[in-house]
Write a protein that binds this ligand. Structure first.
Ligand code: ARG
Length: 492
């Protein structure tokens, strides 16, 4: 390890290894090491442009930084006896090129603005990856919805058979929910993608820096204007964690459905072996472990959000070292969410759904009783509450056939329904499962046409999201390649 250039002036005395490990953010800083080099390059270019740093020094720094950019941050910089990666990189840089050049890297900035700039850069990349995963997830749900518009299944409330619906309708429900997760992250991105650089410790600097310049070079869409806010706030991270927590809550529900559906009791789906495990004692077992882990990851996400939020809530302005402890929660949450959604795509795409089993269950538990009540309202002018009472009483008394209905109607209204023209055939028709679905033509309902319209609209919506995402990704990669190109230009 090279001497820690940050500590050496003010502080004396060796610190025990344990203490250094305890205080260091190095483990989590692996996530921001590459971002740190980009931030360093942009900072040096700006210092040079503003004539704060002469050409020769700028060239010396940039060629060392570009070498790290090309070859990767050297392992020596990750020694966790450094407080963090910023100290690690600066110390190894100074050891490599000497203090006369390397010692000028940190002009006009602090690790406080540096670290949060790195976090925002890295997080923005993670959001783009997460948005891409959400696009894939929505795509697979829409493909399955198109395949299964005719697959009738029971819909549940309170996990009891409730009314018939289709598997397509279920797929579309989740697609819509994940589209809102997409929207939330999309909006959060705008607040993440702003540059705190130039805030220095919190009070900016006396050098004539140009904050807009570094922001533009790094592909940020603007500044975190107030320099105290820039180093102190982590609400951008909390917001993303909250959005991911909400997304994972939905993913967890979907997993819960798959876990239940793959059970022998229900048998609506067979998950691919790749997503399952077996038992060390019960040789027959096939367990939906991936979905179970994912269900638990939703809880971990909430834990990450809670830990991060609690870390900030009691801190006085502005930077406090506590903030360092928030960052591992952020990366952990981001990682869990990204991998969960990617796995979910494959788990759904490879699952085998069983339409026969679904159809066999669709009419159970008098699931079309509402249709019967609706028919009595439509064809016999009964108030809905009266029809609901008659059908409910018939269910209580036995089955939904003409004699039982007549009996129930007499109990409730004093007259039967046969005398008003109700026939056994009309009752049977009203109770038909496919008919029940076909009649649910309201916008967003499960009837075939409604589902087809929805699939079409959702696909168009998804395409728009995909296009905007492509644009956003191109803007970022364009800015960063210009930065590197310009830096190389300066060195030559
Ligand atoms: N490693 C720190 C963090 O993650 C940044 C360094 C700021 N340190 C300091 N003593 N001001 O927040």
């Amino acid at each position: 390890m090279q001497g820690d250039v940050v500590r050496r002036g003010r502080l004396t005395g060796e610190r025990a290894g344990d203490m250094m490990h305890f205080l260091s953010s190095m483990k989590a800083d692996r996530c921001i090491a590459d971002a740190d080099i980009l931030v360093d390059i942009a900072h040096v270019m700006m210092l040079n442009k503003q004539k704060i740093l002469g050409d020769e020094h700028a060239r010396g720094l940039l060629s060392a930084l570009l070498q790290i950019y090309d070859e990767g941050v050297p392992e020596a910089a990750f020694d966790d006896r450094y407080e963090d990666i910023h100290a690690g990189i600066e110390s190894t840089l100074i050891a490599a090129v000497g203090e006369e050049v390397g010692g000028r890297l940190h002009i006009g900035r602090s690790r406080n603005d540096e670290v949060v700039t790195c976090m925002r850069l890295r997080l923005r990349e993670d959001i783009l990856k997460q948005l891409t995963a959400l696009v894939r997830l929505r795509e697979v749900l829409l493909t399955l919805a198109e395949e299964h518009h005719g697959t009738v299944m029971p819909g549940f409330t309170h996990f009891q058979h409730a009314q018939p619906t289709t598997l397509a309708h279920w797929m579309l429900a989740y697609e819509q929910a994940f589209a809102r997760d997409f929207d939330r992250l999309w909006e959060a991105y705008d607040r993440v993608n702003r540059s705190p650089l130039g805030a220095a410790a919190f009070a900016s600097t006396t050098y004539p820096i140009n904050r807009e310049l570094t922001a533009g070079m790094l592909g940020f869409s603007g500044l975190v204007e107030n320099t105290m806010d820039a180093v102190a706030s982590r609400d951008f991270a909390l917001e993303v964690l909250a959005d991911l927590t909400i997304m994972m809550a939905t993913a967890s529900r979907l997993c819960d459905d798959l876990i239940l559906w793959s059970s022998g009791f229900i048998g609506f789906v067979t998950l691919d072996d790749a997503f399952c495990s077996t038992s060390s004692i019960m040789p027959q077992k096939k367990n939906p472990d991936t979905a179970e882990i994912m269900r638990a990851k939703a809880a971990s996400l909430l834990g990450s959000f809670t830990a991060a939020c609690a870390t900030t809530k009691g801190l006085p302005m502005s930077y406090n070292r506590d903030l360092q402890e928030l960052t591992p929660s952020l990366w952990r949450g981001v990682w869990d969410a990204k991998h969960s959604s990617r796995l979910l795509v494959d788990m759904l795409a490879t699952a085998r759904f069983h339409p026969d089993r679904m159809e066999a269950e669709a009419g159970k538990g008098n699931s079309t009783a509402t249709d019967l009540a609706d028919m009595l309202v439509r064809d016999y002018g009964l108030p809905f509450r009266t029809a609901h009472t008659i059908v409910g009483r018939a269910v209580q008394n036995g089955t939904l056939d003409l004699p039982t209905l007549d009996e129930a109607a007499k109990e409730v209204t004093g007259t039967d329904l046969s005398s008003r023209g109700l026939t056994a055939e009309k009752v049977r028709d009203a109770l038909d499962v496919r008919q029940s679905v076909a009649l649910r033509k309201a916008r967003g309902g499960p009837a075939e046409l409604s589902v087809k319209v929805a699939c079409q609209e959702r696909k168009e919506h998804l395409q728009k999201d995909q296009d905007s995402l492509d644009e956003r990704m191109a803007a970022v990669s364009g800015a960063l390649s210009r930065l590197i190109r310009d830096a190389r230009g300066l060195v030559q």
